[in-house]
Design a protein around this ligand. Structure first.
Ligand SMILES: *Cc1c(COP(=O)(O)O)cnc(C)c1O
Length: 433
């Protein structure tokens, strides 16, 4: 199977090239030529075996085909438990048990493992440029740290991530470089996209992408939806419905693909924060990207969700897309109230992103929806302790990996919100080692 661009101006591309390029040559996002169907939805014993089975058709013509099981074992080496919450039919899909305590660890680890496996021994060092709203950068840094042949440049919006997130972005050193940009996440994303489509720059400095627009990030995320939905279906004979805290739409696009592949997934609901570009669209307005607003759920502070282009590509019309997915928005007041209520209402302590999901669940339940819903828990609450602890009155123990990264010194550099500044900075990078 080859991969096409959402903008339709690039030649069909084999998966290995699409993984390395990140973005298609016409500036579009890679999408599979067709969506493979999985006939068998019997549950898998482990997440890694689910990942192997689900990814196999996408990698049918990859040089990595034979090594896929090994790559999946390497990337999916921490569990994604589906836990019942207090409340009939309420579940939490916990995706935060990895090295940087957010769901992005899965995809970042898979991407790093596959790019390493694809790399020729004599290939020049590739510089991965990644814009982050808070969690992507840390996950990508952790996944690529000290990997030979790769260097990572992280762009994050200064002052718009939690103190622990900032530390998690700046604590790596070695082949990881962190730039604090005087701007928003959308600015960071624009800078990264501009660099990646700057062919003159790329001729001088081999670049790569690791953003959620990258195919190597999108595809592995299908695994935990398939794994949990098949296990649920085997046990309960019902499709599991998902509420997904959403920003750039990468995680939810993977859920959509999982359902399209024939996995037993029911409804998909996008839980957004006050950045309500998607809820407005799904409630019937024309799509209109907005300026980013800073919220408590900062990893979802996205006004122009990149992966929307993929969802549009997969549907014949906006009306068809609106009937496939629903969306709602929670402002900071709702997020705070939800965090405060969650220990009693659900027996759990959520991060601010997960709280948007719980708020959406609460609204569905109040409207009389009795179906089984899994809220996707996208980050560990300890990453956002300055918000969560005062609201719940509980102190949150740090997961071990997070404690280790917080113990390392932070090192980052400021960068103006200006493409020429980034370009200059990148061009002198090789001379710095
Ligand atoms: C990235 C992130 C999100 C949003 O995921 P998208 O794939 O960008 O929609 C939600 N919650 C957390 C904790 C994140 O890090």
């Amino acid at each position: 199977m080859d991969y096409l661009s959402t903008r339709g101006q690039s030649a069909p591309t084999p998966i290995d090239l699409a993984l390395e390029a990140g973005l298609a040559a016409d500036g579009g996002l890679y999408v599979p030529e067709h969506i493979p169907q999985l006939a068998d939805t019997a549950p898998w014993p482990e997440l890694a075996s689910a990942a192997t089975a689900i990814l196999a058709p996408f990698f049918a013509h990859s040089r990595l085909r034979e090594r896929l099981p090994q790559l999946c074992i390497e990337a999916f080496n921490f569990a994604a438990p589906l836990r019942p919450m207090r409340g009939q039919g309420d579940f939490l899909l916990e995706l935060f048990h990895g090295p940087t305590a957010a769901f992005k660890d899965y995809a970042a680890r898979f991407l790093a493992a596959s790019l390493t496996a694809l790399r020729a021994a004599d290939a020049p060092v590739r510089t991965i440029v990644v814009a982050t709203s808070g969690d992507t950068g840390a996950a990508v840094a952790a996944a690529f740290h000290r990997r030979e042949g790769f260097r990572v440049v992280i762009l994050y919006p200064q002052g718009r991530v939690s103190p622990r997130q900032a530390h998690g972005l700046e604590c790596w050193g070695d082949n990881i470089h962190t730039l604090r940009v005087a701007g928003t996440f959308d600015d960071c994303q624009r800078l990264a996209k501009t660099a990646l489509s700057d062919s003159e720059l790329r001729a001088r400095l081999p670049l790569g992408s690791a953003n959620s627009i990258s195919l190597g990030r999108l595809l592995p995320q299908i695994a935990y939806y398939g794994h949990s939905a098949c296990a649920f279906f085997a046990e309960h004979g019902q499709r599991l419905n998902f509420i997904i805290p959403t920003g750039n739409l990468g995680n939810a696009s993977a859920a959509f693909l999982a359902r399209k592949m024939g996995l037993p997934i029911g409804d998909i609901h996008l839980a957004c924060n006050a950045n309500d570009t998607l809820p407005r669209f799904f409630q019937g307005q024309d799509y209109a990207a907005q300026a980013t607003r800073a919220t408590l759920a900062n990893a979802m502070d996205v006004g122009a969700p990149s992966n929307f282009e993929r969802l549009r590509h997969w549907h014949g019309s906006d009306a068809e897309l609106r009937s496939a997915i629903s969306a709602s928005s929670s402002d900071d007041t709702t997020i705070r109230a939800e965090i405060a209520a969650a220990p009693t209402r659900h027996g759990t302590i959520p991060c601010p992103h997960t709280a948007c999901g719980l708020a959406a669940l609460h609204t569905l339940r109040k409207a009389g929806d009795h179906r089984p819903w899994a809220v996707v828990a996208t980050a560990h609450p300890a990453k956002f302790e300055s918000i969560v602890e005062p609201l719940t009155g509980h102190s949150i123990p740090l997961p071990t990996a997070l404690a280790e990264s917080l113990a390392r010194p932070a090192q980052g550099e400021p960068l103006a919100n200006d493409y020429h500044a980034l370009r200059q900075w990148l061009l002198v990078l090789p001379s710095r080692g």
